[in-house]
Design a protein around this ligand. Sequence first.
Ligand code: CTP
Ligand SMILES: C[C@](O)(CO)[C@H](O)COP(=O)(O)O
Length: 400
Amino acid sequence: MSDAKPSLSSDTSRTAALIVAAGKGLRAGGDVPKQFAEYRGKPLLRHSVEAFASWDAAPRIVVVIGEGQTASAKAALAGLDGIVLVTGGAERSDSVRLGLLALAAQGGTDRVFIHDAARPSLSHDVLDRLNAALDANPGAVPVLPVVDSIARGADGVIEQAVDRAHLWRIQTPQAFHFDAILAAHLAWSSDRAATDDSQIARAHDLAVALVEGDEALTKITFSEDFAVSHQPAPAPAAMMVRTGIGYDVHRLASGEELWLGGVKIEHDRGLAGHSDADVALHAITDALLGAMALGDIGEHFPPSDPQWRGADSAQFLAHAASRVRAKGGQIANIDLTIICEEPKIGPHKASIQQRIATILALRPDQVGVKATTTERLGFTGRGEGIAAQAAASVMVAGQP
Ligand SMILES: Nc1ccn([C@@H]2O[C@H](COP(=O)(O)OP(=O)(O)OP(=O)(O)O)[C@@H](O)[C@H]2O)c(=O)n1
Ligand SMILES: C[C@](O)(CO)[C@H](O)COP(=O)(O)O
């Protein structure tokens, strides 16, 4: 994660996600601003970031946070790489404008999806519908019909019924052609109140398409919204377990660093490979991908792709976890076995366990780390390489 500097993905995607998370969450109350409070097992903000990170359009992700919230944001997004943090402003529209300007300073983009961190249940279906609408319109927003009767009222009585036929409840993400919405925001007078970006777009004469929204994409606004969220998401009886296994081997070679389980270990040789060759993280990555039938690590991060040369394997693992969660999976536990004669893994088990837990946003007691030798037999016994195998259990609602 970085503060207002280009991310790894900025060169590869012309789509950006701008997630505003600089509010104070006054109506929700609580000890921390609501975007950092726990919602269904992880920080509220993390839900939206993971939804964008696992979307096929592979957007660059910019998160707008409040003054002094960098540490909280980094903790909430631990293990997710390539996220750019930008400082926001007093009103939501100020935060959006500052985020757009940060994107412009990094070379701009073609499409931007402006989203409230306060709306955690973002599906790829909604993103796909918005993206399709942008082919024909400079803007698109997800909407829901009004199902109750509507009236204007004052002093406790109805003044006039309002025809609801053409009224819509507007959600986020709100998707725009980047140059158009940037121009609209820069033309908007900052002393005018705007509750969303479609108002600012319309004031600049941009056509904004109405796209089918999602009842699940509700905004967490009041403390009671959080209270509901602390109930277990689906009923335990409806949860199924999916299991994945992963296995990897890398060669030990002189002049290489030795990375195991995301921890650098001092040793006379290290593991050789296209990335940092961390067999332990690779085995867990494959176990997670396998649990959800998402292919294997080589399909997601081809060894032929030069951008992964020397890469920190933590990003492979974080990507796999994001994909699992985007498919509705909840990682229950990981069990890792490292197979080598040397170095001795015992002294490093605790730090490996902690590092993997951090990358996966799990508790350490959800990560088992074991080690074994092969009694000096085979390639591991001869010290030619290190192997690792891992199992992952993932809880999913409904059908396995
Ligand atoms: N100055 C602001 C105000 C709001 N937001 C963000 O805009 C989204 C929608 O705002 P809202 O739900 O109203 O959040 P808060 O402003 O935090 O809530 P409150 O009004 O209760 O303080 C949230 O993700 C919030 O963090 C922002 O980035 N900058
Ligand atoms: C942007 C928004 O979520 C669209 O419905 C909404 O307008 C935000 O309002 P808030 O008062 O800032 O919560």
